[in-house]
Each structure stands twice: as C-alpha cells, then as structure tokens.
Unconditional design. Structure first.
Length: 600
C-alpha cells in the first residue's frame, strides 16, 4: 500500500507544543512566529521533515499556515478545509481563520493593534508574501524578522531531509530531450534580457532535465535548486547525493552538480546581471541575496508555461495512462456495486481495494495524492482523509465520494466519482444532477484565445447558482505529466487570469457539499485543444478534449433536469467509455459496464 491510515496528528499535542514555541519566541524577542505548510520549494506536498504546521497544530491539509502570537494563534485555511481544521486542531489553543476572506495582514492588525516583531524562516516563505505583509503593515508597528526556524528547535524527533535517488525520465515519453529544452529556455531568457534563471520549483527542474525523483510522497521530484544560464548550461545545488551514474551520464557535461552551500556565492556573483525568478515561490532568502548583490530581478518563472503546454508525446502518454486507469476504475466501481449493499464495507476497505486494483496493471508508480473516500457526512469534508480513527462503515443508502489518482510513467490521473449505495434521497439526486450539468458545461465549452479560468469558472456553477448552491473550491487545477497532480500556472477558478493554451491539462470538478449529510463531486481531466472553426462561425475557438474514461453513476442523475444537449453529451460520453474500456476488463466487468453505460 502507498496510502496508510494511521492518524499522524492529534489535537491533544497542540497546547504543549504551542507553549514551547511561545517560550522560544520570548527568548528570541519575538511577538509572533509564522509557521507555513511549506518547504523551501513551496510545493503542495512536503517531506515528513517539513510537516511543521501539522506537528504544531494538528492540521494536515495541503494548504494553510499558522501565525502564533503570545495571546492567540490563528490557523489560516481555505474553503476546502473549513470542516477539517475544526476536527484536527485544539480549538482552545488555535483559532481557524478563512484565508480567503481574512488576509494575514488584516488579522494581525486586528488581533494585535499595537504591532510587534514577527519572526519567520526565510527559506519557507516566498518573496511576494513577505513583501506584501511588510508593505501592508509598515505603518502599523510591525516588523518581520527573518531567522532560524523555531519549530526545528523544539521538534525533538524531526525527521531527516529526504535523499531519494533520482532517475531518468525517457525523452520518448517527454517528447523532447533536455538539451533541446535547456536551449529553448535559454533563448527565451535572452529574449527577455535575462542572464540566468533561478529555479526553485522541483517540478520545473524535473521537467527541464527529464529526471524524476522520490523526495516527497505522491509527486516524483527531487529537492534541489538550479541556475540556468543564457548559454543553456545548468548548475544543480543540493542534489549531489541523489544523482547516480546513470543520471549523471544522462545530464552530460552541460549540467554541473554543486553542494547547496555554494548557491549563496554563485548568486552573489550575479551582481549587475538580470536573473529571472518566480516572485511568488522563490524563497525570500535567495531573492534578497540577489538584491543585496546588486542583481536585477526579472519576476518570471521560465519553465512554468512550457511545462504546462504538453508535447504530443506527453499527451499520447497521458491518454494511455487514462485508458489504463479507466479500466481499473471500471473494475473498482463494479466491485463497489457488488459489495457495498451488505453494509460490510468501510472507507478504508474501499481505498485499499482501489489501490490494489490499480496495482494489478504492474504500471502503478504511486498514487497521485491521498485517496479521498468519504461516505455520508464524511463526503462533505472536501479533502477528507480516512484514518483508523475516522473510518466509517458504509451503510446502504449513503452517498459515497471517492476522489483518487495514480502516477504512471506515462501520465498522471485524477478522477472523482460519487456513487449511490442504495436508495437515493431526492435532494442528493437533484444536487448530483446540478453538479453534472456544470461538469458538462465545461466539457463542451468553446472560447476565443486569450480567456482563462476566471472566464470559464462560472459555466460550471451556473446550474448550482440558479438553485442557490455553490462550492468553496476552484472548478479545476492544472495537472502534470508524471509530475504534480496539482500543477500551475493554469487553473480553472474565478481567481485565475492566465489564458488557456493548447496542451494544458486541467481538472473539471464542480461539486456540492451539505454539511452533516453528503458530498457530491464529479471530476474528469480535460486538455485544451487547438483552435478550430465552428460551423457557421467565423472565429476559431479553443475547447476541451475529455481524457478521463469512466462511468458516471446514472442512479444519481435525474434526466428530467437535463437538457436534450446535456443528455446527448452524457450518452455519447458513456458510449465512448464502454467502447474504450470493454476490451480491457474481465467479462463480468464488461457486462456491468454495459449496464452502467446504458443511455439515459
């Protein structure tokens, strides 16, 4: 099993750990200390060593931070985690804060109007974040002081940094060799007037050099930093123990490997030069070192967009991965239908069986994130992770939400299916149908070049809004090619202005969550297609190709709420699913698939 179910935190530890942090703050002359859910690379997943937020507060979500003051401590989370955080932290010690509605600077001004000295680890915070806080509170009596990480001082059994071995990612899967990529990015740097780029995102380094790693769970990257120069050469930092002879031979003479201790000096040597760097994710420690050296900063991450625009080979691999994963999902859903009715299954049973079925292909490298399996009221917890303490028995009639994904060498998958386990409550069927209408609206959308997530997000919400419903998360996120299941810069959300481009992969996952009752989410992955003419129109339009192949539970859908066009899409999608998956599954599943994909 890749996934484990042991509880990793407890609210009971929060009081003592917060007291120890406050004692250390006092010794350092600090009025507060910021604890992010982040490592030096600002990735979504972090190594056990970097689980500082979870260690301090008990909150295990993938996004959030804590600001601990002497009199109060706020745990900031977004709408995905409003229920989870209240279950995981000691509410007598920590106050949950909605990070979308209440910015950290506003909260600090309100709870500590006299100001104070707030400490932070400059490796763990991006430049944009710190500069925003400093600017917003410069006249409010606040000072932000970089320094040693105070959590590391009091975390006695903190794990060691990861040192997993990196491996070569074949060029025939990537679609381009790393020499071509390096020279293309170097040419782009030169066109911007930049002399070098500081790469701090491990997935950018992995993409650029066609390597993969194992330093963090679920995302196959190796931790490290890199300087890419305008002549196409690269220096890697902090990765020397992770690169075997096969990887070194693959990298060749144009890539130099240096210890992390040499990064400071090499950055200082760029004084007077122009360096491209991501203002949002690069550690403020490194960008201020560049500033102090007299380097000019070009706030630009040069690998982000090229990585997002998948090559034909990456798209072919992704389609193959989804076909393989769809066959596994069909067998899983068939198993659910045959097994869940007797009331003997638990959420852990479901997660375990799904991983087992995926593993039978022999191609599974990892799951792409911790499987979300929520039955009944647990389904309303958007990013619920089942443990032995929360494991719930699935009763006939529960709505079961399973959000899962896989990492294969040729692609990354992410799929959510919501299932009926018995008689369906009319309100749940109505909600599921409204969610489906939103998912179909994104699937069939066509739009002119230049539009992005903010322009399309409302398509997915329109039917829900009309009923007075909504969901507190984005409609979709970018997805990598055997990289992060959550990949930027593309997003399908009301906050994203980046224009969509052909080859970008995104999730399409509207939902509806009724606290204490059920959760509904239906998710397919889609890829942006090349602009094509519309019959009778005069402007080429972009669109989406659906990658995910898996039945959607017909028992949750009220056909009377669908338009003729929506019903036609649903039936055509299921016909495609049946045709594609039937040759890949056992006979018993093939017969189930025929029933599951029957027209509405």
């Amino acid at each position: 099993m890749f996934q484990s179910f042991a509880p990793t935190t407890s609210p009971k530890t929060g009081a003592a750990r917060l007291a120890a942090l406050r004692e250390t703050m006092t010794a350092e002359g600090l009025d507060g200390f910021m604890v992010p859910r982040a490592d030096a690379h600002q990735g979504e997943n972090v190594a056990p060593r970097d689980e500082r937020l979870a260690w301090l507060t008990g909150f295990t979500g993938s996004a959030g931070f804590c600001i601990a003051l002497q009199g109060t401590a706020g745990v900031f989370v977004d709408g995905r985690y409003t229920l989870q955080v209240r279950n995981q932290v000691d509410l007598a010690q920590f106050t949950p804060v909605d990070m979308i509605d209440v910015l950290a600077e506003k909260w600090l001004e309100e709870v500590q109007p006299g100001g104070g000295v707030i400490g932070y680890d400059p490796w763990l915070h991006g430049t944009a974040e710190i500069e925003r806080l400093e600017e917003a509170l410069k006249d409010k009596g606040f000072t932000f002081r970089p320094g040693a990480n105070l959590i590391d001082r009091i975390w006695e059994d903190q794990p060691e940094p990861p040192q997993a071995q990196a491996r070569v990612h074949p060029a025939d899967i990537a679609g381009r060799d790393h020499t071509t990529k390096r020279m293309d990015i170097a040419e782009a740097l030169a066109s911007r007037g930049a002399d070098a780029a500081l790469l701090s995102l491990p997935d950018s380094i992995a993409w650029l050099l066609n390597i993969r790693g194992g330093d963090i769970p679920r995302t196959p990257v190796a931790h490290g930093f890199a300087l890419l120069y305008r002549d196409g050469t690269v220096t890697l930092y902090g990765m020397e123990a992770k690169l075997g002879q096969d990887v070194l031979a693959h990298l060749g003479n144009a890539v130099t490997v240096s210890p992390l201790s040499e990064l400071d000096g090499d950055l200082s040597a760029l004084g007077g030069k122009t360096v491209s760097v991501d203002r949002r994710t690069a550690p403020v420690r490194l960008t201020r070192l560049l500033r102090d050296a007299g380097a000019r900063t070009d706030w630009h991450e040069p690998c982000a967009l090229p990585k997002a625009r998948k090559t034909d080979a990456e798209l072919d691999g992704t389609r193959a991965a989804h076909l393989r994963d769809g066959a596994a999902m069909a067998q899983f859903l068939h198993w659910i239908d045959e097994t869940v009715g007797d009331g003997g299954l638990t959420e852990i049973d479901v997660v375990t069986e799904l991983e087992s079925i995926r593993g039978r292909s022999g191609a599974l490298k990892d799951i792409s994130f911790e499987t979300i399996c929520g039955s009944g009221p647990n389904g309303a917890i958007v990013h619920y992770r089942v443990t032995t303490e929360t494991n719930r028995r699935i009763s006939p009639g529960d709505i079961l939400l399973v959000d899962s994904g896989a990492q294969y060498a040729d692609g990354t998958t992410d799929i959510t299916r919501t299932m009926a386990t018995g008689p369906v409550d009319p309100e749940a069927r109505r909600a599921a149908t409204l969610v489906l209408k939103g998912m179909i609206a994104i699937s069939v959308a066509r739009w002119p070049a230049g539009l992005g997530g903010r322009d399309l997000d409302s398509f997915a919400r329109r039917a829900l809004w009309s009923a007075g419903f909504d969901y507190a998360h984005g409609t979709g996120h970018g997805v990598g090619a055997y990289l992060g299941v959550h990949e930027g810069p593309q997003n399908l959300s009301r906050r994203s202005t980046l224009p969509f481009e052909p080859g970008m992969i995104l999730s399409n996952e509207p939902g509806y969550y009724r606290e204490g009752a059920f959760g509904i989410r239906i998710e397919n992955l889609v890829v942006v297609t090349e602009p094509t003419p519309t019959p009778g129109g005069d402007a080429p339009m972009l669109g989406f190709e659906t990658l995910t192949l898996c039945p959607i539970d017909r028992r949750l859908i009220d056909p009377k709420l669908l338009t003729d066009d929506e019903r036609a899409w649903f039936n055509a999608y299921h016909a495609r699913v049946a045709e594609a998956l039937s040759p890949l599954v056992p006979d018993t599943t093939r017969r189930w698939l025929d029933r599951a994909c029957a027209p509405l």
